[in-house]
Design a protein around this ligand. Structure first.
Ligand code: SAH
Length: 267
């Protein structure tokens, strides 16, 4: 069941703490905008009981995009990305104890010590990928399958690798249940990429590595983009945006400080 509004409000208060971890401040007026959106309801809600919560979440994401714009270079996320975020039923990707927090702008545990990322971070990473409809995208770290589902609404093909078999199998089953036809998943060590499906227009890594895995750079098309959190155990991680130039050289831009689970290696 969906949480009562009080639960959501509490969750949102906690979200702001969470946001602090990436040095954010939120303007009170933005909270009011969220409230207005929450009160606005709308017809879509009749068919989709989560439409209102999702639209409030989108407002929060837009507000954070503005607040972090100077650091990310993306003060406004594209309509394409926001529409893709609006379509995915995040409540299906969170585990039962956290159902009430599905549309809070915060990461949540999904079991096996892993997490579904904070929606704002999912939107930001998706935005930074600059995908086009014909793209093939590789994701490392399927987790809940949520990020893959967001990408599936934007590109032609999504390939996603998960190293923990039960986590990856759960996600695969859910994505099939939700009828995503353009996502292929597999269990394996994403450090090595997916040579059989390479090259990729874009690569998104949703676990942090001390260094960028060389195989991933190799599997990126010229002109391709990779978004990856970089930082070792106990270090501050930064989101990196890498672009492979036509001549194969790589340009890297450092974006926000973030906190991701580590990219582990198969033994
Ligand atoms: N994208 C996910 C969030 C992922 S959390 C979502 O939308 O829910 C990071 C995931 O990366 C975890 O499930 C973790 O098990 C996985 N992971 C860590 N190291 C990996 C590796 N070497 N290869 C593939 N997946 C890995």
């Amino acid at each position: 069941m969906i949480a009562p509004a009080r639960g959501v409000t509490r969750a949102r208060r906690r979200t702001r703490l969470n946001i602090m971890t990436i040095k954010m401040t939120r303007r009170p007026v933005l909270r009011m905008l969220g409230l207005v959106a929450a009160l606005a309801g709308g017809g879509a809600q009749a068919q989709d009981p989560f439409a209102r919560e999702r639209s409030v979440l989108l407002q929060e994401i837009a507000a954070m995009a503005r607040d972090t714009g100077a650091e990310t270079g993306r003060p406004v996320f594209s309509a394409r990305v926001m529409a893709a975020m609006a379509k995915v039923p995040r409540h299906r990707f969170v585990t039962a104890p956290y159902g009430a927090l599905a549309y809070a702008n915060r990461p949540l545990p999904i079991g096996h010590g892993q997490t579904i990322s904070q929606p704002y971070i999912v939107a930001l990473m998706t935005e930074l990928l600059d995908t086009k409809p014909a793209d093939a995208v590789l994701e490392i770290g399927t987790g809940s399958g949520y990020q893959a589902a967001v990408l599936a609404g934007l590109v032609d093909r999504v390939y996603s690798i998960e190293i923990i078999a039960p986590v990856g199998n759960n996600a695969a089953a859910l994505l099939q249940q939700l009828a995503y036809k353009n996502i292929e998943t597999r269990i394996g060590d994403g450090y090595n990429g997916w040579p059989e499906r390479a090259p990729f227009d874009a690569i998104i890594v949703t676990a942090a590595a001390p260094q960028v895995p060389p195989a991933l750079v190799a599997q990126l098309k010229p002109g391709g983009r990779m978004v990856i959190p970089v930082g070792g155990d106990g270090e501050v991680q930064f989101l990196h945006v890498m672009v492979k130039q036509a001549d194969g050289s790589i340009s890297t831009q450092r974006s926000l400080p973030v906190r991701f689970v580590p990219l582990t290696r198969s033994k």
